[in-house]
Design a protein. Structure first.
Lengths: 284, 223
């Protein structure tokens, strides 16, 4: 490294940026996962019965859903209970409801589905099944939110994979290019080493170590960047997270586990880059 | 120690540099290799330490067939063959001591052993006081002695010296030759390339003469 500190600096910076981007993407993916997970916990389907349907129809629907979806949690909500809940939700305005001559609300059934049935497809198919029933006037389960989150997760997963490939490619190219320069700068020394009886391993080892160190240094830089991003962005992100995900909050951007993964990735990619350079430019 | 059977060396596109070379150098011998410039003397040395491979015939060093050596075996051959290169091959940005230490470092010798041996070797070639100097600041004779020190510090069984007195004045030539004779007396097989006829006269030894790639003389004293 003493031969070209500038080149090595740029290489480490590039690796740092690439791994930082990968770390951010990883963090975002885990965030969306957490969001989807917590939302998934609340996926509840409300089935509104048509006007004039009574308790008997509601109980019938309950029995039918329980039979076709074992493990479902379901209960019937009477118009009176629904009105009471609405009153509670409206707060001060709720008093106005007490003046109503008739309860305008109908019977409904609330379903909480077991995990395997919570996928967007399963939810959609159940909803359309229920909508087809003559006794049902509507089904509500926040399908757009679920579908959108699922889309976001998928996009992040593919984007993350793509980014990973790009980062891997950039790292290998940058490391092998800087090592090519290092090998060139030391070609005389290498020639003499070989002439006085150095083994292949002895000649190659310093370059492999150099590549590994570059990868680790890049990972270190990325780790510092992630830590900084977390420190700067955390207060705002935590607010948003508490609102969206609940008090458990945001998965950390720079947890020890993430940093370890980053270091490992940097090490492996650095080594891969130096193997490429040594294989191509160090004919021994 | 060194045997060649019908050795041929041809670089692609050129007529053969060496042709039908047969020779045998015994352990402990001191041999001059002479001949006009371009006769193939350096090439013959390169065959001995596997810097080049023969295109025909066989080269045996210490009983091993160099042409059949696997790539991983070449370093071990070279550790037994000290080479004084015609063009020195000293690293300009390393000190004299570091240049000499190179031979021991590639063996993975411990630091203390390296320091001791380098010091002893530099004392032997009379350059201890220049241990910290850089080669470009040394005279030609001093650089020559650094190269010899690097070739000998590992106590090789064979020493190949390619024109080690090529551009030295007579007094320095005697110094270097005395050093090489001394190495030989201690048991190392020595092969010295020279085109200096007076050396062949002064040091009555076995002489091999190459002309246009062929061995034309092999006997005691100058042809
Ligand atoms: N690497 C090489 N490629 C092609 N030709 C070479 C190479 N090395 C030496 N030669 C040729 O081989 C011949 C002998 O060279 P060399 O062994 O250096 O002669 P000497 O040491 O006797 O002066 C010369 O004609 C030279 O041009
Ligand atoms: Mg020559």
């Amino acid at each position: 490294m003493r031969h070209s500190p500038w080149v090595h600096g740029v290489a480490v910076l590039t690796l740092g940026l690439a791994l930082f981007a990968a770390g951010l993407a990883l963090g975002a993916a885990r965030w969306v996962d957490a969001l989807a997970g917590s939302l998934g916990g609340e996926v509840e389907m409300t089935v509104y019965l048509a006007e004039g349907q009574g308790q008997a129809q509601a109980e019938g629907l309950l029995a039918a859903v329980r039979a076709s979806h074992p493990g479902v949690e379901a209960r019937a909500v009477s118009p009176a209970e629904a009105l009471q809940r609405l009153g509670a939700q409206l707060g001060d305005l709720g008093a106005a409801l007490e003046g109503l001559p008739d309860n305008p609300l109908d019977w409904s059934v609330e379903l909480r589905l077991p995990r395997p049935d919570r996928s967007p497809e399963a939810l959609a198919s159940l909803a359309s099944e229920l909508r087809a029933l003559p006794s049902v006037s509507g089904v509500d389960y926040g399908e757009q939110a679920v579908a959108r989150l699922e889309g976001l997760r998928r996009a992040l997963r593919w984007g993350g994979l793509l980014l990973l490939l790009v980062v891997a490619g950039v790292t290998v190219v940058v490391v092998s290019a800087t090592l090519q320069l290092a090998i060139y700068a030391r070609r005389e020394e290498i020639e003499i080493q070989k002439l006085v009886g150095a083994t292949d391993g002895f000649v190659k080892a310093p370059f492999l170590i150099e590549g590994a160190l570059q990868g680790l240094a890049g990972a270190g830089l990325a780790g510092v960047g992630l830590w900084g991003a977390e420190r700067l962005g955390a207060p705002r992100a935590a607010e948003l997270a508490a609102f969206l995900v609940g008090p458990a909050g945001l998965p950390p951007l720079a947890s020890p586990w993430v940093l370890l993964q980053l270091a490992l990735a940097g090490l492996l990619l650095g080594l891969a880059g130096s193997f490429v350079a040594v294989g191509r430019f160090l004919r021994v | 120690m060194i045997q060649m059977f019908h050795v041929e060396k041809a670089y692609p596109g050129d007529p053969p540099t060496l042709q039908d070379i047969n020779l045998r150098v015994e352990k402990g011998e001191f041999v001059f290799l002479t001949g006009p410039s371009g006769a193939g003397k350096s090439t013959l040395l390169k065959l001995v330490f596997a810097a080049e491979l023969p295109t025909g015939g066989q080269v045996l060093v210490g009983g091993h067939n160099v042409g059949r050596l696997r790539a991983s075996g070449i370093p071990y051959l070279r550790r037994n063959v000290g080479v004084v290169f015609q063009d020195f091959k000293l690293l300009p940005h390393r000190t004299v001591a570091e240049n000499v230490a190179f031979t021991l470092e590639v063996l993975g010798a411990p630091r203390r052993e390296v320091e001791e041996k380098v010091e002893r070797m530099l004392k032997r070639v009379g350059l201890l006081h220049k241990a910290g100097s850089f080669p470009p600041r040394l005279s030609g004779g001093e650089q020559q002695r650094v190269v010899i020190a690097r070739a000998l510090v590992n106590e090789p069984t064979i020493l190949l010296a390619d024109e080690p007195t090529g551009n030295l004045d007579p007094a320095l030539t005697v110094d270097i030759m005395d050093l090489l004779r001394d190495v030989n007396i201690r048991g190392t097989t020595v092969l010295v390339v020279t085109h200096d006829h007076s050396l062949l006269e002064r040091y009555r030894s076995r002489v091999l003469r190459l002309e246009r790639g062929r061995l034309v003389y092999d006997g005691m004293g100058p042809p």
